[in-house]
Write a protein that binds this ligand. Structure first.
Ligand code: MG
Length: 166
């Protein structure tokens, strides 16, 4: 059966951190803060994939208090999300994501981001939708205090077994 999931994530922009989006390091004066590499796009996509299968969010699999995963490459989180649905007999059909960021320009980096996301998700780049928009200078996103990402995922899963009636 076809199932869909959604994901949303926000990270704070700070000085002295790399900006990593969709597995690609992007030159910028600020970077996203977080326990991992803070790749907000990967986190939203991972939650969409897990959510489509009814699984818990990425904080369950990668707890923020776990020192062993400090600075982890978030493409690894995507690989884990796909492994979790694959273990349930699921197949990922496609993902679609939107990054909300005032700066820098994301478009030049989209082809490489799609390539890296596709490799981590075991998809073809054509199965990944990736857009970026600004927040029209409004709110915390508009003030460049952070970046947000939204994602959806569509998966094919075996039909759930009906619990026996007692
Ligand atoms: Mg996150």
């Amino acid at each position: 059966m076809i199932r869909t999931g959604i994901g949303y994530d926000v990270h704070r922009l700070v000085e002295g951190r790399k900006l990593v989006l969709g597995g690609v390091e992007i030159p910028h004066s600020l970077g996203l803060d977080g326990h991992s590499d803070a790749d907000v796009l990967c986190h939203a996509i991972a939650d969409a994939v897990l959510g489509a299968a009814g699984l818990p969010d990425i904080g369950h699999y990668f707890p923020p208090g776990d020192e062993s995963i400090r600075g982890i490459n978030s493409l690894e989180i995507l690989r884990r999300a796909v492994a979790e649905i694959t273990a349930l007999g699921g197949t990922l059909n496609n993902v679609d994501a939107t990054l909300i960021a005032e700066r820098p320009k994301i478009l030049p980096h989209v082809p490489l981001m799609k390539e890296r996301l596709a490799a981590a998700l075991s998809l073809a780049p054509s199965q990944i939708g990736l857009k970026a928009t600004t927040n029209e200078t409004l709110g915390f996103l508009g003030r460049q205090e952070g970046m947000a990402a939204l994602a959806t995922a569509c998966i094919e899963m075996p039909h759930p077994t009906t619990p026996p009636s007692s």
